[in-house]
Design a protein around this ligand. Sequence first.
Ligand code: ADP
Length: 320
Amino acid sequence: MRERILKVLKETDGYISGEKISSMLGISRAAVWKHIKALREEGYEILSVTNKGYRLSAEPENISVDRIKDALDTKRIGRNIVYMSRLDSTNEEAKRRADMSDGTLFIAERQESGKGRLGRQWESPRGGGIWMSLLLKPDMPLGSVSEITLAAGLAVCRAVGCGAMIKWPNDIVVGSRKICGILTEMSAEPDTGSINYVVCGMGVNVNIKSFPEELLVKATSLFIETGEKHDRDMIAARILNEFEPVYELLCRKGFGAIREEYARMCITLDKEVRVIYRKNETTGRAVGIDENGALLVDAKEGRISVSSGEVSVRGMYGYV
Ligand code: ADP
């Protein structure tokens, strides 16, 4: 029915009343209203004026799976794409469909419960960003899975440009504000420790024009940085194209093989940081990243090696 209403709106020059739509399609006016509301949620701009009715004024610029695929030069990553208009979170969808093939990409226009780490929320408005997750089936030790987050960070950084840097371990920032967050989750056999699958979620703020009050100081988007809209399909493809070789290198040789480039792109290094782990907190200077991707911090208690897991790192004077 939604499609039929859309067709009527598209074929009408100017406004058409709710009453007319309801009699044309044989549904109640309340039902018409419900479908109009749903279409708006999908990104259609539909004007409504009392006594005149409805008019379609703009169609959504949706992600195109075909355009992403055409721009890919990967072997496995993103060769299979599951696209959804909206869902709870692309990580959750990937986990539900973990029987799909290695490298499958899940991408959505909008996430209703986008996730950050430690149960935090990730703001994912319709059409505003690239909300995507890769399903991976790597052959690597369990302890190395967190390095996939670092590899993905490097790929996003290369792909978005704009002077983006990595805030260790899982955020990409421009200046002092976050433009992308990465959340890696996995499933493994408790007895053998063999990996069933890994889901690597990336949320990139592309065309978001403004953020809710509480995020203003720590979030930014490509639109905010450049004053222009960007092509989400092309950026998504670029990220996947950058990710595949970095990920392959990581699987074959370990984090050591990408460490130098990661360190060059890492804004956390040579900064005074606060390391927050559950209820504990310490401060020190971030001095390096080791062969396993852990952050080395010269703290008052001596040099500590902070592995990514459930740790948050903050700048001494702000988020970065
Ligand atoms: P943190 O960066 O605070 O350590 P996470 O990496 O888990 O935590 O990211 C989740 C946090 O990111 C949220 O608590 C919120 O402050 C912020 N956030 C939520 N949505 C967005 C977004 N679209 N862009 C940038 N930051 C966001």
